[in-house]
Ligand binder design. Structure first.
Ligand SMILES: Nc1ncnc2c1ncn2[C@@H]1O[C@H](COP(=O)(O)OP(=O)(O)O)[C@@H](O)[C@H]1O
Ligand SMILES: [Mg+2]
Length: 418
């Protein structure tokens, strides 16, 4: 019932409702949408089946299951008389997640528990209209293929989440790419916090119930930071270990691919090791390091892990929180010698910019008066997207050709060495 189809002479909306109070509510909301109140019929599911067997199906069908003894069976009867392309919203008194799931599996768009409010109905209708509108506006186009960027710190506290948030924000703000930030630090994630958002239950729900993850789920569960950036992050209860085989993460990645132009994964190193398949689709792996001995050791190991487990990903090494040479535990040169490659980007230590951006709930890339930091982050963006030009296969160390709208951005950058 869900496949969008040509909708020639269809009514936009028809409802079959059991009781008068609900009918009144549905009528008032229908009128708000410019639909005829007479299209709200009494009689529930049985009436719907009878009526639709002899007439054209509407675009949106609301059907009350309250009087049905076997809702699932009756819905299947409805499916037989209902033309493809009709979006069905059901309502009923049974509060059972299994029923909900089965209904959704049989093609129902949504299930409202009676009694429901006008707002809940408006919400459901809005989603139905979105579905009818067909391909999402955000849908990836051939000219702008989807890009997956995974950001991982070689140790905790090196600033991986800070960089992931900034990179995701810049993707939207500087490049106008619709972007999803998926924060896989399930218990202690800061993806939402850093942007002054409530994480919501979306990610936790997804892990508990991977079968529920679809395009609509993504639209509902993701929290919008702005028009171009949506976040999925969690603060899962810390008395609950995350029990998952990783299929939820894989499913989320798949759906984000359909709904956004860029996915930025904030991927803690432990998660990367636990769920190596998360790196399978990454075009770019941003490895965040600091100039310390411990980070050197772990960078060596993680870089070699990436070579073996994600050979397709272009690796970008970013040294973050870089202090003045006299304050460094290990010099850049020694670090590079040990990891046998260059550091691509250096982001200076700027405690003031970091604490300000935390206080304001803004990404570090937006920090005022921190030119060296913001320029370094712009270079990180440039290097990340340069992958899109060369197919993601290139060996990194220096910046390659950049896509058009980055030229202005790069022109602004000073001669400041990376
Ligand atoms: N360039 C920087 N200069 C100063 N502080 C920074 C910088 N980058 C990040 N921080 C700070 O470092 C701390 C750890 O950052 P976070 O992104 O949570 O690390 P991770 O995700 O790697 O554990 C945060 O308080 C953050 O504000
Ligand atoms: Mg983190």
């Amino acid at each position: 019932m869900n496949a969008p189809f040509s909708r020639g002479l269809r009514d936009p909306f028809t409802a079959f409702v059991g009781d008068e109070a609900t009918a009144e509510l549905v009528r008032s909301v229908a009128v708000e949408h410019g639909w005829q109140p007479e299209k709200v019929n009494r009689g529930g599911l049985r009436n719907a089946v009878q009526s639709l067997s002899v007439s054209a199906s509407p675009s949106i069908l609301f059907v009350d299951l309250s009087e049905s003894a076997d809702p699932l069976n009756d819905i299947n009867a409805l499916a037989e008389v209902c033309e493809p392309g009709t979006v069905v919203i059901a309502a009923g008194q049974i509060n059972d997640v299994r029923l909900y799931r089965d209904l959704v599996a049989s093609g129902i768009q949504d299930y409202l528990l009676t009694p429901f409010t006008a707002d809940q109905l408006r919400d459901a209708l809005a989603h139905a209209q979105l579905t009818l509108a067909g391909p999402r506006v955000n849908e990836t186009t051939a000219e702008r293929p989807h890009v997956v960027v995974a950001v991982t710190g070689v140790r905790g506290g090196v600033g991986a989440s800070t960089l992931a948030t900034s990179l995701a924000w810049l993707m939207g703000d500087s490049l106008g790419r619709s972007t999803a930030l998926l924060d896989l630090d399930i218990h202690f994630g800061t993806g939402a916090l850093a942007l002054d958002l409530e994480p919501g239950r979306g990610l936790t729900d997804a892990i508990e119930n991977p079968s529920r993850i679809d395009g609509l789920f993504i639209e509902r569960a993701m929290v919008r930071a702005n028009e171009r950036l949506a976040v999925l992050s969690a603060e899962a209860p810390i008395n609950q270990p995350v029990l998952t085989d990783g299929s939820a993460f894989f499913q989320l990645q798949e759906e984000m691919k359909n709904a956004f132009e860029t996915t930025v994964l904030d991927l803690p190193r432990a998660m990367m090791i636990q769920h190596p398949h998360l790196m399978n689709d990454a075009h770019v792996a941003v490895v965040v390091v600091e100039l310390t001995l411990a980070a050197t050791r772990d960078a060596i190991r993680i870089l070699s892990w990436l070579k073996a487990n994600a050979p397709q990903a272009r690796v970008i090494v970013v040294a973050n929180r870089v202090a003045a040479p006299a304050m460094q535990e290990i010099s850049r040169k020694d670090f590079e010698q040990s990891i046998e490659r260059k550091i691509d980007i250096l982001v200076p230590l700027d405690a003031k910019a970091a604490s300000n951006s935390a206080k304001l709930g803004q990404p570090l890339a937006q920090a005022k008066g921190a030119a060296k930091v913001t320029q370094a982050l712009s270079r990180l963006l440039a290097l990340t997207v340069s992958t899109m030009d060369d197919g993601g296969e290139a060996e990194s160390t220096t910046s390659k050709s950049l896509i058009g709208n980055l030229k202005g951005l790069m022109a602004k950058k000073t001669k400041q060495a990376a």
